[in-house]
Write a protein that binds this ligand. Structure first.
Ligand SMILES: Cc1cc2nc3c(=O)[nH]c(=O)nc-3n(C[C@H](O)[C@H](O)[C@H](O)COP(=O)(O)OP(=O)(O)OC[C@H]3O[C@@H](n4cnc5c(N)ncnc54)[C@H](O)[C@@H]3O)c2cc1C
Length: 205
């Protein structure tokens, strides 16, 4: 939970830590990934108004979705919009530790330009143990290759139906974060496909 003073009022909002624990310990730097929406109070203030040297207060932890390191598992990470933030740190933590069998990373945004270049680098990564797919619903109705990155038109849910039959039912951890309607819909798809509730960790933003 972050808090700061905006227009003489104390304003508090929940933000997920986007850096991995070793970065926080080694550098004493804690990163956040905040989705700016014009006219929204805290998010637009942090990006449009705040300057170096301004002060935030970090308060108590909020939210229920916690990453717990486990013996190597398959990870399915599903996020939309600002829901990317906690999954970005989980993803980076897994890559640094190497402690995973496979990672499947699905992400949705409206436009390609809404994703910062540093995050794009992570999302475009795919190799034998990491499989990423990014969806844009407001870009042209075609799939594109942009630089080395293939991106897709539409929404995550459509592709899940194709992906799920290829994934294991056990030794899998599923993290879902983003808009409430998406989290509910994806959870229903997973439960209907036979996934145990215990493997599903989610947070609604
Ligand atoms: C556990 C948790 C973790 C989170 N982590 C992150 C994170 O890492 N990154 C991130 O970006 N977000 C995160 N969020 C969301 C975050 O807490 C805020 O809700 C989000 O940034 C919006 O806050 P705000 O002050 O910018 O918007 P607000 O000003 O509070 O606006 C929010 C709502 O009010 C409405 N609204 C605002 N202004 C107007 C207006 N003028 N007219 C009409 N309607 C209006 C908007 O439609 C919107 O629905 C997290 C939420 C939770 C619960």
């Amino acid at each position: 939970m972050l808090s700061t003073t905006i227009d003489e009022k104390i304003v508090k909002r929940a933000y997920s830590i986007a850096s991995i624990s070793s970065e926080c310990i080694n550098t004493w730097i804690i990163s956040f990934c905040i989705k700016r929406v014009e006219w929204w109070v805290f998010s637009s203030y942090t990006i449009d108004v705040m300057q170096i040297g301004d002060v935030f207060t970090i308060q108590w932890p909020a939210g229920r979705m916690v990453y717990t390191p486990m013996p190597a598992q398959t990870y399915l990470l599903i996020s939309v919009w600002s829901g990317l933030s906690p999954l970005y740190s989980i993803y980076n933590q897994l890559i640094v530790s190497g402690n995973y069998t496979q990672i499947y990373n699905l992400f949705w945004e409206r436009f390609l330009s809404h994703i910062p270049a540093s995050v794009q680098k992570v999302l475009e990564k795919s190799h034998d143990r990491v499989w990423s797919r990014t969806y844009f619903s407001r870009e042209d109705e075609k799939n594109y290759i942009w630089q080395s990155w293939i991106y897709h038109h539409g929404y995550i849910q459509a592709w899940l139906h194709d992906l799920l039959p290829t994934l294991p039912r056990d030794n899998i951890q599923i993290y879902i974060c983003g808009k409430p309607a998406m989290v509910d819909e994806v959870t229903d798809i997973l439960l209907a496909s036979g996934y145990d509730k215990a493997y599903i960790h989610s947070e609604k933003y």
